[in-house]
Design a protein around this ligand. Structure first.
Ligand code: FAD
Ligand code: NAP
Length: 337
C-alpha cells in the first residue's frame, strides 16, 4: 500500500520537484488507522498532506507522506439559527464554500477561493477578508496517531489564534484531522467592510447583495492580485502579519507616517507584512527563479525551477532586511519541510 520514492511535484503548490521516501493516500478512517499501524509509519517521520498549498519542501521527505482524501459533505443537524454541516478533511475547501452557499447555508463566503483542504483549515485557523475559520467552527474529529483513537476537539480545545491552533503548538504532529463540523448561518450577515469588497460591490442594487455576490467579489479580487498556483508556484502569504505593542507602533508611525496597521484588541497593532516587505524594496525582486511576487510582496513565488532552498534563502534575506529597516521580526506562515 505504501509507494516508495514517490514524486510530490504535483502535490505541492510551489511545484517543488521532491520525493517522499514512502507515500500513501487514504479515503476513510479505517485505511488511515491501518496505515498508522504499519511499522514503516511508526519508524519514520510522518507528514499528513492535504492540498499542499501551505508547505515548502526544501529537500526530499525522508519519511512517510499520507495524503488525506476523505470526502463527503453532510447536514448533521439544525436549530433555529444554524445548520451544522460536517465535511470530510479531504474535501477541497473552495468546493465546500460554493456547495454550502448554493444550499443557502451562509458564513464561508469571505473565505472563497482559499486553496487547500478542509482538514488543513483548522491547522492555522485560515482566514480572509475579516472572517476566520473559528467564526464558523463547531468541532472537529481527529485520529490520534499514537493509538488510532478518534478524539473530538471543541472550539476552545483547538485554541485558535491568528493563523494558529493547538495543532501547530502543543498537539503538533500528534493528530490527523479527519472531519470538521461547521456552524453555518440561516440568516445572511454580509461582511463587506474589509479590503476592496465594498468597492467591488459598488453599483450593485441592494436587492442583489447576498453571500454569493460577496463570494464572487472576493474571487474577483483574489484572482486579480494573487498568483494562480497552477501557473506560478507559490503557497500564498509566506509570512504572517506581525503584531506589535502600541509603544512600538507609535515609534514606527513617527518614522513612517504611511505605515499600514490595524488594531488587535486594545493593546496591540497588526502590521501589514506585505507593506513592510514592499517598503524594504523587495517587491518583484528575483533571485534566479525564486522571487517576491510583483503584485503582492507577501507572496514568494517559484518562477520556474527554483529549489525550496532558494525560496527559503530569499525568505531569510527578506526577514533580515525588514528587521534592519523596521526593527520588526517576520515569522513564516508556510510550513517548512
Ligand atoms: P497542506 O499544505 O497540505 O498542509 C498544511 C499543514 O497542515 C501541513 O503542516 C500539514 O501536515 C498539515 N495538515 C494538512 N492536512 C491535515 C490534516 N487533515 N490533519 C493534520 N494535519 C494536516 N491561507 C489563509 O489562511 N488565508 C488565505 O486567504 C490564503 N490564501 C492563499 C492563497 C494562495 C494562492 C495559496 C497558494 C495559499 C493560500 N493560503 C491561505 C494558504 C493555504 O491555502 C491554507 O493554509 C490551507 O488551509 C492549506 O491547506 P492544504 O490542504 O493545502 O494544506
Ligand atoms: P489586503 O486587503 O491588501 O490587506 C493587507 C493586510 O491588511 C491584510 O493582510 C489584512 O490582514 C490587513 N487588513 C486589511 N483590511 C483590514 C481591516 N479592515 N481590518 C484588519 N486588517 C485588515 O490583503 P491581501 O493580501 O489582498 O489579502 C486579502 C485577504 O486575504 C486578507 O485577509 C489575507 O489574510 C487573505 N490572504 C491570505 C493569504 C495567506 O496565504 N494566508 C494569501 C492571500 C490572501 P489579515 O491578513 O489579518 O486579514
Amino acid at each position: 500500500m505504501l509507494s516508495e520514492n514517490f514524486s510530490l511535484q504535483t502535490l505541492n503548490t510551489f511545484g517543488m520537484n521532491v520525493h517522499a521516501r514512502y507515500f500513501a493516500s487514504f479515503q476513510n478512517i479505517d485505511t488511515l488507522r491501518y496505515l498508522l499501524k504499519q511499522s514503516t509509519c511508526k519508524e519514520y517521520p510522518l507528514l499528513i498532506l492535504g492540498g499542499g498549498s501551505n508547505v515548502l519542501f526544501t529537500s526530499d521527505f525522508q519519511g512517510v507522506v499520507l495524503k488525506n482524501e476523505i470526502n463527503g459533505i453532510q447536514l448533521e443537524s439544525e436549530d433555529d439559527q444554524f445548520y451544522y454541516v460536517r465535511a470530510g478533511a479531504g474535501v477541497v475547501w473552495h468546493e465546500l464554500v460554493m456547495k454550502t452557499l448554493s444550499l443557502g447555508y451562509f458564513g464561508l463566503e469571505n473565505m472563497a477561493l482559499i486553496p487547500g483542504s478542509v482538514g488543513a483549515a483548522p491547522m492555522q485557523n485560515i482566514g480572509a477578508y475579516g472572517v476566520e475559520l473559528k467564526d464558523v467552527f463547531e468541532s472537529l474529529e481527529a485520529v490520534r496517531i499514537s493509538d488510532g483513537e478518534i478524539v473530538v476537539f471543541s472550539k476552545d480545545q483547538c485554541a485558535f489564534g491568528y493563523r494558529e491552533s493547538v495543532f501547530k503548538n502543543t498537539c503538533k504532529g500528534q493528530y490527523v484531522i479527519v472531519s470538521v463540523l461547521f456552524r453555518l448561518n440561516k440568516k445572511q450577515v454580509l461582511k463587506t467592510h474589509y479590503g476592496n469588497i465594498e468597492a467591488e460591490l459598488s453599483g450593485m442594487p441592494e436587492s442583489d447583495r447576498n453571500p454569493i455576490a460577496v463570494a464572487r467579489a472576493v474571487m474577483r479580487i483574489r484572482t486579480s492580485k494573487l498568483p494562480d498556483p497552477a501557473l506560478i508556484g507559490n503557497a500564498g502569504s509566506f509570512f504572517k502579519n506581525p503584531e506589535i505593542s502600541l509603544a512600538e507602533y507609535e515609534r514606527l508611525k513617527l518614522q513612517y507616517p504611511e505605515l499600514v496597521a490595524y488594531p488587535v484588541g486594545n493593546d496591540k497593532m497588526k502590521l501589514a507584512a506585505g507593506w513592510l516587505i514592499e517598503k524594504a524594496g523587495w517587491k518583484g525582486v528575483k533571485r534566479g527563479n525564486a522571487a517576491c511576487h510583483d503584485k503582492q510582496a507577501l507572496v514568494l513565488v517559484n518562477l520556474g525551477d527554483a529549489s525550496g532552498i532558494e525560496i527559503f534563502a530569499l525568505s531569510e534575506e527578506i526577514i533580515e532586511s525588514v528587521h534592519q529597516k523596521f526593527g520588526v521580526y517576520l515569522h513564516r506562515e508556510v510550513n517548512i519541510f
